[in-house]
Design a protein around this ligand. Structure first.
Ligand code: FES
Length: 308
């Protein structure tokens, strides 16, 4: 795909729009979905779609220049130009919107507004109510502030105007109706506060999106993996992930981020007990042990049987 537009939308933030070279339709992305961008510097990163039109003729994402960038946001904000061509992975959704919820409460921090912006547009199109608590360090650093400001459901919180105080996430969660679907996307401390505050709620009503690794990958090794479909078996050695061990065997498996955040390596578990280290599965899904992300998760049992 080719970059068709790059636009600054807030301090340190820009949107990037991509169109297929030669035109045509794209696989549509739902609200909350992300795409993977393979940048010319060899770095691959996931970014949330800003809208989910059907049919999809372009993808647009929002990117914030991270001062600690390891080559993703820095490249996009400083070097990416209109006309540059990138390999783009099709949309994947680990942060789906419950469109028919009676109450929807969004909590966003800075560039974490991007998947929520897409969800808000969908709920507006459906005529459904929502509330957004939107935090940023300063107003200049809050993308879509002008578009959101007119809506009665939006509560802004600018840390710099509150003596540095952070958004009171626990208070917001406490005040939300018991049947509300709650969504959070933002910096790691905000996500941690959200997960702590929502611990007692129905897990099916709690939705979180991570864009950075949540847990260290399991590389302790010392267990066997049986690949049910290929009829092969491999011992995962200390220092290896399951993904590395399986690839060393010559088995072709899908993967992308290798950090447990994109969902590309999801694999069905047929037997054994995974040691989940991803940032995608809910507690309920973890406990069910039906699937795992082999780029980062290991095993708690001496043997795992996977649908590979
Ligand atoms: S490769 Fe992204 S979750 Fe495993």
């Amino acid at each position: 795909m080719a970059v068709s537009e790059v636009r600054d939308i807030a301090a340190g933030c820009r949107t990037v729009t991509l169109r297929p070279v030669g035109g045509g339709l794209l696989p549509p992305g739902e609200p909350g979905a992300h795409i993977g961008l393979h940048l010319p510097n060899g770095v691959m990163r996931q970014y949330s779609l800003l809208a989910a039109p059907t049919p999809a003729r372009e993808y647009a994402v929002g990117v914030k220049r991270d001062p600690a960038s390891r080559g993703g946001s820095a490249y996009i904000c400083e070097q990416l130009r209109v006309g540059d061509e990138l390999e783009v992975e099709a949309p994947r959704n680990n942060f789906p919107l419950a469109e028919s919820a009676a109450n929807t409460v969004f909590i966003a921090g800075g560039i974490g507004i991007t998947p929520i912006w897409s969800m808000i547009q969908r709920l507006n199109a459906l005529g459904r109510a929502w509330t957004l608590h939107y935090a940023a360090r300063t107003r200049e650093e809050a993308p879509f502030r002008a578009q959101l400001g007119a809506h009665p459901g939006v509560r802004f919180h600018f840390d710099a105007e509150q003596g540095g105080a952070l958004l009171p996430v626990a208070e917001i969660v406490r005040a939300a109706p018991a049947d509300a679907h709650l969504y959070c996307c933002g910096p790691a401390p905000m996500l941690a506060a959200f997960e702590a505050a929502t611990a007692g709620r129905d897990p099916d009503h709690v939705h979180v999106e991570y864009f950075t690794q949540k847990h260290e990958a399991a590389t302790e090794g010392g267990f066997l993996v049986e690949l049910a479909r290929t009829g092969k078996e491999v011992r995962v050695l200390p220092g290896q992930t399951i993904l590395q061990a399986v690839r060393d065997l010559g088995v072709d498996v899908g993967f992308s981020c290798e950090e447990g955040i994109c969902g590309a390596c999801e694999t069905r578990v047929l037997d054994g007990l995974p040691d989940h280290r991803d940032a995608i599965l809910s507690e309920k899904e973890r406990a069910a042990n039906k699937s795992m992300f082999i780029c980062c998760s290991g095993a708690k049992s001496p043997r795992l049987t996977l649908d590979l």
